[in-house]
Design a protein around this ligand. Structure first.
Ligand code: F6R
Length: 255
């Protein structure tokens, strides 16, 4: 695993964007796994800047998002469809037909989840999966206790997650109870992982993910088993790490 610690959020975002841009320039038809949440916003902003100012081309890129709430229409301002559209998709030249997110409105969740897995395989698998991390060590909606071999499926959101989300909705009853999420196994099948984290609130989760015991109670810890995992943090999120880390990915050779 390659751990890169940058001075602050802007530098970590720029570093992560550099890695994505490098992979995209090497493979214009990259299959890119995407995450929502506040952490990758700076990375998306920088990719948009690279597209607008340096012609970074997304026209042949295929994307697969990690997760989506069940019951929220793509137009709902708290849906991950809406988040991706407003924060990334409408600012770059992605082809709509190559963009995939779990369908939170599907009538047949199991069939949809199977289709999503098959669709990823059809495109040859995910080349680079962007990940955030929850304070409890979750990746996507794989909360502690999730099977480390899990595939795309419906998950019940924990009480904590629902409480944390309540502020985005007018009524408590509106807070989604379920989500469709890629599984830990689905994520691990990606050829390369790029996990971003910032802020001291993530320091324990990053310590657990990079140096803790591998456990279903800390789903992100499974990335220690991945052959091509890169973790980029700011100083605060990386503050508890004891192992070796670098300050830039350039010129680093690892397998
Ligand atoms: C989002 C996702 C989540 C977030 C995680 C961190 O698609 O899969 O696992 O990455 O909850 O969220 P932020 O970045 O908001 O702290």
């Amino acid at each position: 695993m390659l751990v890169i610690i940058k001075e602050d959020y802007d530098k970590l975002s720029a570093e992560a964007a550099k890695i994505v841009a490098d992979r995209l320039r090497k493979k214009p038809n990259l299959v890119l796994g995407l995450a929502t949440g506040s952490t990758p916003l700076g990375l998306y902003k920088e990719l948009i800047r690279l597209h607008q100012n340096e012609g970074l081309d997304f026209s042949k890129v295929t994307t697969f998002n990690l997760d989506e709430y069940v019951g929220l229409a793509p137009t709902h301002d708290q849906s991950y469809h809406y988040f991706m559209k407003t924060n990334f998709f409408e600012h770059v030249n992605l082809a709509k037909r190559f963009v995939h997110l779990p369908d939170g409105m599907t009538k047949d969740v199991n069939a949809f989840c199977q289709w999503y897995e098959e669709r990823i395989s059809e495109f040859g698998g995910i080349d680079l999966q962007i990940l955030g991390i929850g304070q409890n060590g979750h990746i996507a909606f794989n909360e502690p206790g999730s099977s480390l071999g899990s595939r795309t499926r419906i998950k019940t959101l924990t009480k904590n997650t629902r409480q944390a989300n309540a502020r985005f909705f007018e009524q408590n009853e509106e807070v989604p109870k379920y989500a469709i999420t890629m599984g830990v196994g689905t994520i691990m099948d990606a050829k390369e992982l790029l996990l971003v984290a910032n802020g001291e609130g993530k320091a324990d989760a990053i310590k657990g993910a990079c140096e803790g015991p591998i456990s279903a109670m800390a789903p992100a810890s499974i990335i220690q088993m991945h052959r091509n995992a890169i973790v980029v943090t700011d100083k605060s999120a990386g503050a508890k790490l004891q192992g070796s880390y670098v300050d830039s990915w350039e010129n680093v050779v690892f397998d």
